[in-house]
Ligand binder design. Structure first.
Ligand SMILES: [Cu+2]
Length: 129
């Protein structure tokens, strides 16, 4: 019977899905491989997390890609510092030191768009004196 065969196939697929769920060991799947800190921004689910970060002048901020897809950290129009990480693969990190107080908008070139403010995948670093 065709319907019986389909039922067995669906059941087998459900088992595979359950097994793959429980046996996942990738540290970068789903953005779960990165934990933000006071000076670290994670890229998770094609978003910067946190999207706003406030640090004192002189701080070196680290971004880490917790996704499997490539992201960039790229200064947006209006940012006093101009920088661009280029493509960061899963797990890769990028750092930039913010020497001067101000507001520094940035975005991902793959999932956001430059602008004032930038849109899509973007964030802001606020640097206090
Ligand atoms: Cu991105």
């Amino acid at each position: 019977m065709v319907s019986g065969l389909l039922g067995r196939v669906a059941g087998a697929m459900a088992l595979v899905l359950l097994a793959s769920c429980g046996s996942s060991t990738s540290p970068y799947g789903g953005g779960g491989g990165c934990t933000p800190t006071a000076t670290k921004v994670c890229m998770s689910g094609s978003q910067f997390s946190p999207s706003t970060l406030t640090v004192p002048a002189g701080t070196t901020v680290t971004w880490q890609n917790g996704d499997a897809v490539a992201h960039t950290v790229t200064s947006a129009t209006g940012s006093a510092d101009v920088y661009n990480s280029g493509n960061l693969g899963g797990g890769a990190t990028y750092t930039h030191q913010f020497a001067t107080a101000g507001t520094y908008p940035y975005y991902c070139m793959n999932h956001g768009a430059n602008g004032t403010p930038p849109t899509g995948m973007h964030g802001t670093i606020t640097v206090t004196p």
